[in-house]
Write a protein that binds this ligand. Structure first.
Ligand SMILES: Nc1ncnc2c1ncn2[C@@H]1O[C@H](COP(=O)(O)OP(=O)(O)OP(=O)(O)O)[C@@H](O)[C@H]1O
Ligand SMILES: [Mg+2]
Length: 379
């Protein structure tokens, strides 16, 4: 199928899939070693590419986004036009890049890949846009990190399929209009809130990806295990799914770790016990929290008495970039009811102490959120 080849030739300044933002961008997930981050390791990258669903039918979960996207694509196929521009937003590893590739595959269109950090000048974008072919899908990863002038050029390109190339400088500068072929822009971002309104408004469809349920992750794992020729018991699948932090990328990575463990221990079929023993070794706890998640919670609870504490202070306490804490760890901790965001800063919720096996002090901010304390309950 056109567009599904992972080895599409790249222009200078473009990135390959799964490689994050390239060396110039110290974006979220760099150096933190968390499970959700895109991996730089060639082996992990290959595995990710191999397990990537190629069409909407293979894409597990995200029912709402999948249905809406299917409709957008079907309609444009009927009209015989390139699809509306699509924005995918959500935490790392939930399938944004995968869906971008699926858009191209479903439209039977070639795919061009670049990323916000790779486009530092309007000229970088002009070079990409002017080389697009009719109907091509342009995937811009981390679109919130594009430079301002490039962003402004993109507005016009998205709306009118036209750009003005500025030639010369100062008073003698002239704008040469350049017609572009109809193309579909697929943008991906972990931080939709950072996109300027005018850019957000130019997307015909925005898909917000949510964390996956354990049942959905089991389906992801069953599909991957089939492809990797691995045998697991039902309980084995649930054990891994339950620890995958709502994230298919993590589910697939944990599956691989468990496979290694089974190989070394000479197991034919992986059961819950084996999965759990393997995952304990890799510091993934029963709730799926990884090292970064736990250090954020521990810092909040132990160093700041449960907060409220500002994001940057919290980030310094765990030795990470604020953006990493905000985009990689927080969304999951918030969803799990472990961390809260308040106007005064981040707070640990009662479940955080419980999860760390600690007792919440009476003067912690979250104490006020409990309807009554244990004594009243007993009495
Ligand atoms: N719905 C899904 N069904 C099956 N597998 C999935 C699904 N979504 C993601 N995956 C798997 O998870 C991996 C990571 O997904 P993907 O690269 O699309 O995430 P992403 O949202 O682009 O992350 P990032 O923000 O880090 O770029 C894929 O290689 C694929 O194997
Ligand atoms: Mg991606």
């Amino acid at each position: 199928m056109a567009g599904m080849d992972d080895s599409i030739p790249l222009l200078p300044g473009q990135i390959s899939i799964g490689g994050g933002a390239g060396p110039q961008a110290a974006g979220p997930g760099r150096g933190a070693g968390e499970l959700a981050a895109p991996s730089g390791e060639p082996e992990e990258r290959e595995l990710e590419a191999a397990l990537r669903p190629r069409n909407l039918d293979d894409f597990v979960g995200q029912e709402r986004v999948r249905k809406q996207l299917a409709l957008v694509l079907a309609a444009s196929r009927i009209r015989g036009r390139s699809a509306d521009h699509v924005l995918m937003s959500g935490p790392p590893g939930l399938g944004k890049t995968t869906l971008a590739m699926i858009v191209a595959a479903e439209m039977n269109a070639p795919l061009r890949i670049s990323s916000g950090p790779a486009i530092q000048h309007a000229g970088d974008l002009a070079a990409i846009l002017s080389s697009l072919t009719e109907g091509e899908v342009l995937f811009l990863d981390e679109i919130h990190r594009m430079s301002r002038p490039a962003e402004e050029m993109l507005y016009m390109a998205m709306e009118d399929f036209r750009v003005d190339i500025i030639v010369g400088k100062g008073a003698g500068a002239t704008a040469i209009p350049l017609e572009l072929p109809q193309f579909t822009l697929v943008g991906a971002t972990t931080r939709a809130g950072l996109l300027p309104g005018p850019l957000r408004d130019r997307f015909g469809f925005t898909g917000h990806l949510e964390f996956y349920s354990v049942a959905e992750l089991e389906l992801v794992l069953r599909r991957s295990a089939g492809m990797l020729d691995l045998k697991l018991s039902s309980a084995g699948f649930s054990e891994i799914a339950g620890r995958s932090r709502g994230t298919p990328r993590i589910a697939n990575r944990l599956l691989r770790r468990v496979r290694d463990w089974a190989l070394v221990h000479g197991l034919e079929t992986i059961d819950a016990q084996a999965a759990s023993a393997a995952l304990d070794m890799y510091e993934v706890d029963a709730r799926g929290l990884d090292r970064l998640d736990r250090s954020v919670l521990e810092a909040l609870v132990n160093k700041f008495n449960g907060g409220p504490v500002g994001l940057s202070t919290l980030a310094i306490a765990v030795g990470e970039e604020p953006e990493t804490v905000e985009t990689v760890a927080e969304p999951f901790l918030v969803r799990e009811g472990l961390l809260g965001r308040t106007p005064r800063g981040r707070i640990a919720l009662p479940a955080a102490w419980e999860h760390l096996g600690l007792k919440m002090p009476g003067n912690a901010v979250a104490s006020a959120m409990l309807p009554f304390d244990g004594d009243e309950l007993d009495g």
